[in-house]
Design a protein around this ligand. Sequence first.
Ligand code: PEP
Length: 256
Amino acid sequence: MAESARNYLVAGNWKMNGSTAANRELVDGLLDGFSPSDGAGMLLCPSFVHLRDVASWIAASDIQLGAQNLSEQTGSGAYTGEIQGAMLKDAGCDYVIVGHSERRTLYGEADDLVAAKFIAAQAQGLTPIVCVGESLEQRETGSTEAVVRRQIDAVLDAAGVEAFSGAVVAYEPIWAIGTGHTATPEQAQDVHAAIRGMIAARNDTIAAGLRILYGGSVKGSNAAELFAMNDIDGGLVGGASLSASDFLAIYRAAAG
Ligand code: PEP
């Protein structure tokens, strides 16, 4: 495990998957095999409509709940189809993912909207997990760090560095999401260290305490080597979070 005072976080992004019955089976499997660890938290991010069910099933455990998206609006009102952070809090969420690459690429979420969602999340008592990461073309043309810097700076400039003391960053190279092609531990570590450096340039202490998760085809078989890197503080897991045994294996790699 990486040597740091930061606790690991292993977050499952269920995306647009699940049903009441399938989720119940998945959560039962997780609860059966889960032993909480002081060094690592487990977080589940089901679809909006499944939040309350999952909240009730995990209520007696140390597993936490998060949503996959939220509105940038902080007040109630005429925003058909949107979900406000306060509603997520009311449904039992502590965390919310913002700026996932699928939101950026499929739904056109630009850096300024992602920053507004980050700010809205914190204003409503949620911990944002802000996702950043480059496409394959951007990696191949050597612009990984510039892309990630632009994405991080958009949030830093809008929210201020202090906001990062209550936030989580997820580095998710787009070419590794759902493809089975995981970044090597060294590739991931390089970008994680660069991200920590971007925050450290404004505030060393906040940078040292910031949890930076890696996401992109994390599995039980590669989690330990990724989590052993100094600046990798856990994972944001898509596909493998839909299997209790796979997700528990990843959690154990963080919990030791
Ligand atoms: C994700 O979508 O956040 C993700 C990392 O997916 P996967 O683990 O399936 O690559």
